[in-house]
Design a protein around this ligand. Sequence first.
Ligand code: HEC
Length: 179
Amino acid sequence: MALPGLLSMILPVLVGVAVLFSTFVRAQDTTDPTALVGDPKRGKIVFQRVGYCVNCHGWAGDGQSGRNPLSHAAAANLRETKLDAQGLFDVIRCGIPGTEMPFHDGASYKDGRCFGMLMSDYDADSKPVTGNTMRTQDIMNVVAYLQSAVIGKGKPNYEECAAYFDAHADTACAYLKSN
Ligand code: HEC
């Protein structure tokens, strides 16, 4: 009887995979960030290339500097935000319905996790804007980045710009050199 033998061999593996999978699913629950620690270095990448925050908020997060001219509205000045980590997390997760600020949690407005609302509860002109879906960890990382490099930093200067653009500082930050 080869089958029960085989089964007894693969069963523990199957159980293991199931356990792994269930922790994975729990880790994807984006409503409770408290168990996660954000990494500002990775958060910078989220700011630039995962959430494209930079397109609207600008490299400096001030809603002005180096903002993509194709984005329609000037975004909030994140350097002056009063939001704490939880507040930032919630805004990034849920967006700000009725504005251009997109939401980044794939389940937002599907299960009521944001303001108890579903997408169908909104009128056409106030529907939340869909952004790139991010993992909870990505949201925590970009929050850590904002807290370490953006919030409360005052007027953007050359040094900060050079640190942001690294190898491209010469061209990207020339406009700040005369200051
Ligand atoms: C399509 C443009 C756009 C993108 C992309 C975008 N935002 Fe925004 N964001 C806005 C606008 C516009 C507002 C201001 C909304 C309002 O009128 O209150 C805003 C507001 C915010 C606020 C609230 C600030 C406060 O003090 O109330 C935070 C925090 C924020 N954005 C973070 C981010 C992060 C982080 C990302 C990337 C993951 C991001 N945004 C991507 C346009 C954008």
